[in-house]
Design a protein around this ligand. Structure first.
Ligand code: GLN
Length: 384
């Protein structure tokens, strides 16, 4: 039997595929972005306590009350902006479900969605499944800036949403206030909703500051902010995320979410209360540790002959591997995994036109320093 035209129109995730290849060849997995180190002890303890306390049945579909309160309080502490946990929050199964629920809640078939390119691969299927046509706007190398005229040209009366991922995967770009204001002006001009994937919120480097678009005046009622516990608390397998948006948008998202998944894991939401209440020192330490990993990985990659694009946020490094002599990015990624023992993600999976990513590979550095050093040793064989 055939599958739907929708399901047939996109491929399996290249990122997840590279993880399977890494496991098969016992390679160090610098492909998929998940930490290989432990989550904070107090969060793990809280999850165990919640199960022992029999918090094992459905939470309220849009999120357990204590967890929504903790998210709202944390947002107010960090950005000085109030969020009503009763009407402006929807807890989801990771940011992946949050993105999909947000897209399905605001997009109708035939609408257009603006997406910056290179982009995290999920946004392609997100657009297709919600019936939208994506309009790609280039982030130009080497600093990944966009051209305002090119961005403006992507908007029209069919535009319904724009997806912004800052700090950005895969480039490490952190959108500046000026850039966000340009985006905000276009959203307001065309009546567009901004869906902002802010999952790398606390990974910014060298004084770079993350600004949620929803805090820019005029954007509070037209932004859906997406985040999750996954990256900030090193629990990507827990699948606990959330959306923050106006009451009107939130009510649409909550309905979609309810019928997609009912709700996120109840005991893990309890642990989320402990996580969201960690002191500021936790986030400072997180940023410092990632900075050290970034710098180590930049050195390793440059030493191994890659051209690197220095990231100012998130935990990936885009590279150019033309000088290594492979035919294309997919061959390079597979060969590095199979023969050198280090997995990465082929650059083409971040572009609509695969040709644009043919010389690129993305490496994750959300790993123990020892893991990165071991990868460095393997990669140094490239020079021999
Ligand atoms: N964001 C991660 C990455 O880009 C992957 C997340 C996932 O696989 N769900 O590698």
């Amino acid at each position: 039997m055939r599958v739907s035209k929708k399901a047939a129109s996109f491929t399996e995730s290249v990122i997840r595929d590279m993880t399977r290849l890494a496991i098969k060849h016992n390679a160090i997995n610098l492909a998929q972005g998940f930490p290989d180190f432990a989550a904070p002890e107090e969060i793990k303890e809280a999850a165990k306590r919640a199960i022992d306390a029999d918090i094992n049945q459905y939470a309220i579909t849009w999120g357990a009350k204590p967890f929504r309160d903790a998210i709202a309080e944390k947002f107010a502490r960090t950005y000085g902006v109030a969020v009503d946990p009763e009407t402006q929050l929807c807890v989801t199964c990771g940011s992946t479900e949050a993105m999909m629920s947000a897209a399905l809640a605001v997009i109708d078939p035939g609408d257009e969605v603006v997406v910056f390119e290179p982009f995290y691969e999920n946004y392609g299927p997100d657009a297709i499944l919600s019936g939208a046509t994506p309009r790609f706007v280039t982030l130009h190398e080497p600093d990944w800036h966009f051209d305002v005229a090119e961005l403006a040209a992507a908007f029209n009366e069919r535009t319904r949403a724009i997806i912004i991922n800052s700090p950005n995967n895969p480039t490490g770009k952190v959108f500046t206030r000026a850039e966000l204001e340009q985006i905000a002006a276009l959203c307001q001009k065309w009546g567009v909703v901004a869906i902002t994937d802010e999952i790398y919120e606390f990974m910014t480097y060298e004084g770079t500051v993350h600004i949620p678009l929803i805090t820019i005046p005029g954007m509070e009622d037209r932004t859906i902010l997406i985040n999750a516990m996954s990256k900030t608390y090193s629990v990507t397998g827990w699948r606990v995320g959330w959306c923050i948006s106006s009451p009107e948008l939130t009510s649409g998202i909550r309905k979609v979410h309810d019928f997609l998944t009912v709700g996120a894991a109840a005991p893990l939401q309890e642990a989320g209360v402990v996580a969201l209440n960690l002191p500021d020192a936790y986030y400072t330490a997180l940023g410092d540790q990632y900075l050290e990993r970034r710098d180590l990985m930049l050195n390793i990659l440059e030493g191994a002959g890659f051209k690197t694009y220095k990231p100012y946020g998130a935990y990936y490094i885009m590279t150019d591997c033309s000088s290594l002599g492979y035919d294309d990015d997919v061959t390079a990624a597979r060969s590095l995994t199979e023969t050198i023992g280090v997995a990465s993600v082929p650059g083409s999976s971040f572009y609509k036109e695969p040709e644009l990513g043919r010389t690129k590979l993305r490496f994750s550095f959300c790993k123990k320093l020892d893991t990165l050093r071991a990868a460095g040793e393997r990669l140094s064989r490239l020079q021999k």
